[in-house]
Design a binder for this molecule. Structure first.
Ligand code: 4NP
Length: 158
């Protein structure tokens, strides 16, 4: 099983959106038994909460189910997951600090794969928690997820 973890700050806006969208794409590709998807936040403020109303609304509009509750990133995640993908540079720095230079999985910016494939020139996923731009974040995450799935399929011959 290939395990993919999306990480943001609160685990209520961006990483749950990526979790839901990527999961849907994995399912549509018939890879649901090969790729496991989850998300977490580096912070603890929203632990146990449903995704933000803005994230839930844009997912619903696009017919993508999501029932996850926010949880905080743990040390164990760093050894459990094969891909630990940060939404922005600050999330990445927090993950790297927690890993302390040791991790079995790949720690990267989520949009690195879309950048490498030339599908996006945007480096980080902006936080809609502050400006409410959930629709544009959705488009960006959708593109990023496709590029990530392509990358994983190539790397694992799926
Ligand atoms: P997220 O957005 O990291 O995409 O889930 C945020 C959610 C909550 C807060 C900040 C960002 N907060 O400060 O509570």
């Amino acid at each position: 099983m290939i395990k993919v973890l999306f990480v943001c700050l609160g685990n209520i806006c961006r990483s749950p959106m990526a979790d839901a969208i990527f999961q849907q794409q994995v399912k549509e590709a018939g890879l649901g038994t090969k790729i496991m998807v989850d998300s977490a936040g580096t912070g603890s403020w929203h632990v146990g909460e449903k995704a933000h109303q803005g994230t839930r609304a844009v997912l619903k509009k696009n017919n993508i189910p999501y029932n996850g509750r926010a949880r905080q990133l743990t040390q164990r995640d760093l050894s459990d997951f094969d891909y630990i993908l940060a939404m922005d540079e600050s999330n990445l720095a927090n993950i790297q600090q927690m890993a302390g230079g040791e991790s079995d999985g790949e720690i990267a910016l989520f949009l690195d794969y879309a950048n490498a494939a030339g599908l996006s020139h945007v480096k980080v996923v902006p936080d809609p928690y502050y400006d409410g731009r959930f629709n544009s974040v959705y488009e960006l995450v959708e593109t990023g997820s496709r590029a990530l799935l392509d990358h994983i399929r190539k790397e694992h011959n799926l």
